[in-house]
Each structure stands twice: as C-alpha cells, then as structure tokens.
Ligand binder design. Sequence first.
Ligand SMILES: Cc1cc2nc3c(=O)[nH]c(=O)nc-3n(C[C@H](O)[C@H](O)[C@H](O)COP(=O)(O)OP(=O)(O)OC[C@H]3O[C@@H](n4cnc5c(N)ncnc54)[C@H](O)[C@@H]3O)c2cc1C
Length: 234
Amino acid sequence: MAPDRSPWFTGTVEAVHVETARAKTFTLRLPEPLGHRAGQHVVLRLTAPDGYSAARSYSVASPPTGEPTIDLTVERLEEGEVSTFLHDVAEPGDELELRGPIGTRFAWDPSDGPALLVGGGSGVVPVMSMLRLARAERRTDLVRLVAAARTPADLLYAAELPGPEVTIAYSRAAGPDGRPAGRLAADDLAPSVAPGQRTFICGSSGFCEAAGRLLVGLGVDAHTITVERFGPTT
Ligand SMILES: Cc1cc2nc3c(=O)[nH]c(=O)nc-3n(C[C@H](O)[C@H](O)[C@H](O)COP(=O)(O)OP(=O)(O)OC[C@H]3O[C@@H](n4cnc5c(N)ncnc54)[C@H](O)[C@@H]3O)c2cc1C
C-alpha cells in the first residue's frame, strides 16, 4: 500500500471531557473540516523541545458534520508516551499536530448498507462515529452495535451509547439486563447478525480475533469482516 502523505496541520484543544476513570474525549478545533468518513482515524504527533517526536493513531469519535471540529477519545495507558501526555498535560488552548483522515477500509456511511459494528474497550471509538452518523441520518435500521467493556464504569459514552440497536457485554460485572459477567460470546452477537451486513470489529488484537472467530462460527462470511486493531504503533 502507498504510504499516506497527507500534510500535517494544527488542531487546538477546545474542550476536554472525562468519559471514564481511564478515558478522556478531546474536542479539537481544526483549520477546516476534516472531511472524514465515520471509522477513519488521524495521526497525532507530539514533538519535544529537543526535537524528539512520537506519533500515534486515534480514531475520530465524532461523525462527519461539516464542522471544523473533531472528537478524539483516548484511553490512558500506564507508561504510555502519548496517552499520558494527553491525559495529564493537554488542556484547552493547546495546539496538537495532526494528519489525516486515514483509513479507507474501516469506514462506513449509510449508503454502504447494513453494518454490524463490534467494539471492545477503546475499540468502541470508531464504531461510535458510525453509530452517531446512523442516528443523525435516522438510519439506525442499518446498524447493530455490540460493545464490550469490563464494567459499566469502563463503558465509553455510557449516557449516549445504549439504544435498541445496541448490545452491551460486560466481562467483569453483570449487566443491568441480567446478563452475567463474562467475555463476549456468540449469544451476545447472534441477535445482531443479519444477511447482507458488512461487519466492522475494533479493539485489541485478542478481542478482534475472538470476535471474528465467534462471528465466523455464526456463519458470517469472513470476507465481509473488516478489522481495526488498536495495538502498539510500530
Ligand atoms: C488505527 C488506530 C486507531 C486507534 N484509535 C485509538 C483511539 O481512538 N483511542 C485510543 O485510546 N487508542 C487508539 N489507538 C491506540 C493508540 O494509537 C496508541 O497505541 C495508544 O494511545 C498508546 O499510545 P501511548 O504512546 O500512550 O503508549 P506507548 O508508549 O506506545 O506504549 C506504552 C505501553 O503500552 C503498550 N501499548 C501501546 N498501545 C497499546 C494499546 N492500544 N493497547 C494496549 N497496550 C498498548 C506498549 O506495548 C507499551 O508497553 C489506535 C490505534 C490504531 C492503530
């Protein structure tokens, strides 16, 4: 694949919203609308005064709106270079270097037809952009979203995410619907599987592998599944 050569631009932190004990959403004001598709990501680069720089990918949580702002939701990883800076140091008014939008495969809009969206942990971020777009365009008939989190306190967008098109599976706590604690299982996914869907899975490598295996076991054609792994940036 040809390397992405989109230019760097500056985003200004406009607001910081605490999502959970480990995740914050940063609203960034851009020079112009990003022009992204739901599911795409940006690369964020930090540069120290001595010239050392570190770049990491972050999915855009907000849907395309035509406005020159985007939301990025970042989970804080202990010892993480970039995520700890964003959590512990970045504040409104700060400028951050970005480039993008990036990623043509992990992207959806209602004209693409039905979609099954599966996100684990911070992997909920890009599928939330897709869900927000479907809700904004009143096309929730096209989407089913299955989110996995450790406990209700770890669930991103907890106030906004639940809805008739959404299933939530907690691995370490019982759900309000009576689902016992446990890893994502075929029974969580089966009711959301429908013919003609494209499937998007996002999360850690282990989560993506497990979810993909469960879906193939339910008869989903592996060729219709697109995976985005949130792992260490190489
Ligand atoms: C396409 C794409 C989109 C992404 N979108 C998001 C997003 O929306 N929100 C978000 O919070 N993250 C996202 N990530 C992950 C993000 O790019 C960074 O990897 C993450 O923030 C850690 O960076 P860091 O500099 O803090 O940690 P690093 O300094 O890179 O790593 C610190 C330690 O954590 C390990 N590590 C690194 N990344 C991860 C990870 N993702 N999970 C577990 N351990 C890890 C490293 O091996 C190392 O031991 C995305 C990744 C990709 C590839």
